[in-house]
Design a protein around this ligand. Structure first.
Ligand code: NAD
Ligand code: ZN
Length: 360
């Protein structure tokens, strides 16, 4: 299958590289109305030492965004875009500093500044008409690979689907492992496991290839050093490893496709609002028949780090909720084609999906 991938244009990696942000964006300052928007995870709002490090100038806007509730929404992007355009005009660029949520908001907002109407109409592949404004990603939690991916995942009125095109990809990313040191342990694990699961899935299925395997094997090795082997746990060296694992996992996925866990996960997130990485961790332990080795290792990592993964959730689910999850899950044909083959519809039934959901 022919694919031609857009990469992140520039990447700064290393401890302390965040402090180069001002210097990095300076050449772009004169573009459009000459101001930058800094979208920053709310975790940093009451951290004065961090504020001092944000290279905002007087004309810039610093906006802290709450990310602990719902995942990014199309209405949220439209509101931000309309508000900034009205008050200050077209920005020189958007800088996202945070986790997957902020990465996706920054990517989507940059695109929506130059594409008219609601972001709802652009949910899908190559629907965006024009390049967005300059955008920079600075991850503060690692695992989703959103810093390197071609998509900005948004929940809209009828679907959870990304704005996916070449222009979605960041112009610049800054990978500074210092920034992820404060992530709470459970969140560190859930988000970290997203990259592990991306790799297991991208490397098991018909679209796998040497590119996706090369990135995937390395990212899985790094995950095992961070979450399983002697020396595992949250520490500065492992922060460096996890940050690179997230990036490589994102690339492994870009060159291939996700699979069964992500298909089921989208259903769960859509119906119950379960956050992406947490949803994956709920589902993955039940998928031995698809990913025997990956599931075995995942369980060891859960145990080693003493992580809470909820069980028996399905006991309280209503029949219509399960049917809706199956609808959402079934519609992800590209994931099923990858995981089960072109004749996936002969191998999978709605009954099977129901049985899988009821394992949770
Ligand atoms: P997140 O951005 O949702 O943040 C999770 C929590 O961690 C928040 O409460 C946040 O405040 C906190 N946090 C972030 N950085 C912190 C730090 N340094 N110290 C302390 N707390 C910190 O987390 P996530 O798991 O990275 O992102 C999930 C989102 O990513 C979902 O919306 C999902 O849809 C999206 N996603 C996107 C892609 C993509 O390719 N675009 C891929 C996978 C997931
Ligand atoms: Zn994922």
């Amino acid at each position: 299958m022919f694919k031609n991938f857009q990469s992140v244009s520039k990447c700064a990696y290393g401890r302390g590289s965040f402090d180069k942000l001002g210097e990095i964006i300076a050449p772009k300052r004169s573009e459009n109305q000459g101001y930058f928007i800094f979208l920053i995870d709310h975790y940093f709002e009451d951290k004065p030492d961090f504020h001092k490090r944000i290279p905002a100038e007087s004309n810039d806007v610093v906006e802290f965004i709450y990310t602990s509730g719902e995942e990014p929404k199309t209405s949220q992007i439209d509101e931000l875009r309309d508000r900034f355009l009205q008050s200050k005009g077209l920005p020189a660029g958007v800088i996202g500093i945070g986790g997957g949520s902020i990465m996706d908001i920054a990517k989507a907002l940059a695109l929506m500044f130059t594409n008219e109407g609601s972001s709802v109409q652009y949910q899908g592949l190559n629907l965006i008409k024009k390049p967005g404004v300059y955008h920079v990603g600075v991850p503060t939690i690692s695992g989703t690979g959103a810093e390197v991916s071609m998509t900005a995942v948004l929940t809209g009125p009828t679907k959870k689907l990304g704005l996916k095109c070449d222009w979605t990809v960041f112009d610049q990313i800054i990978l500074d492992p210092d920034l992820i040191a404060t992530v709470p342990k459970n969140q560190w694990f859930y988000t970290g496991m997203d990259t592990y699961i991306h790799c297991v899935e991208s490397m098991t299925g018909q679209y796998k290839n040497t590119f996706s395997e090369a990135y995937g094997y390395k990212a899985i090795d790094l995950c095992k050093e961070v979450f399983l082997y002697e020396g595992s746990g949250q520490n500065p060296l492992n922060d460096e490893k996890l940050m690179v694992a997230s990036y490589f996992g994102g690339l492994s996925l870009t060159y291939s496709e996700v699979g069964v866990c992500h298909a089921l996960s989208y259903g769960l997130s859509y119906v119950f609002g379960t956050r992406h990485c947490f949803a994956n961790c709920i589902i993955f332990p039940h998928l031995e028949e698809f990913y025997p080795e990956g599931v075995k290792e995942f369980k060891q990592m859960v145990e080693k780090n003493d992580i809470f993964i909820p069980k028996n959730l399905s006991q309280t689910w209503q029949e219509q909720e399960v049917e809706k999850m199956i609808d959402v899950c079934w519609a992800l044909t590209h994931m099923w084609k990858h995981a089960l083959g072109d004749d996936w519809e002969k191998k999978l039934t709605r009954e099977k999906l129901k049985e899988l959901y009821y394992r949770m």
